[in-house]
Write a protein that binds this ligand. Structure first.
Ligand code: RB5
Length: 146
């Protein structure tokens, strides 16, 4: 599995935490910034990561900003992206199993690095269940292809 990860200035600490988690999990990743000592704009980081996942260059993406909201809104504008904004373990598991989410967004002003690490570990490990969910995810894909 190859993961593209990025954050704005509001998500740098969690980005580093998740990178160390992926090192431990032997997951290949590439860090797309930010190199930020100053304030940056989250769409400049969310959109390239989302595009790299949508075009198959990467299998999954992880995006962190202050709330996770801006990153998730921007990523979900890219066709083929199902970005889940997650701040609890139940949703981390459910969104992989049910939504086949391919991008995870989190907010560093909402949760701490410990919980973010656990959420990412679950999200990176869980498989999509397919079955009854395939029809539902299929309807989203159908809408995107209209
Ligand atoms: C940046 O101040 C902040 O707006 C951003 O990190 C994020 O929370 C946006 O949704």
């Amino acid at each position: 599995m190859k993961v593209a990860i990025a954050s704005d200035h509001g998500g740098v600490n969690i980005r580093e935490e998740i990178k160390s988690l992926m090192d431990e999990m032997n997951i290949q990743y590439e860090d797309f910034g930010c190199e930020c000592g100053t304030s940056v704009d989250y769409p400049d980081y969310a959109l390239p990561v989302a595009e790299k996942v949508a075009n198959g260059e990467f299998d999954k993406g992880i995006l962190i900003c202050g709330t996770g909201i801006g990153m998730s809104i921007a990523a979900n504008k890219v066709k083929g992206i199902r970005c889940a904004l997650v701040h609890d373990l139940f949703s981390a598991k459910a969104t992989r199993q049910h939504n086949d989410s391919n991008v995870l967004a989190m907010g560093e002003r909402v949760i701490g690095p410990g919980l973010a690490r656990e959420i990412a570990a679950v999200w990176l490990s869980e498989e999509y269940e397919g079955g009854r969910h395939e029809n539902r995810v299929g309807k989203i894909k159908e809408y995107e292809n209209k």
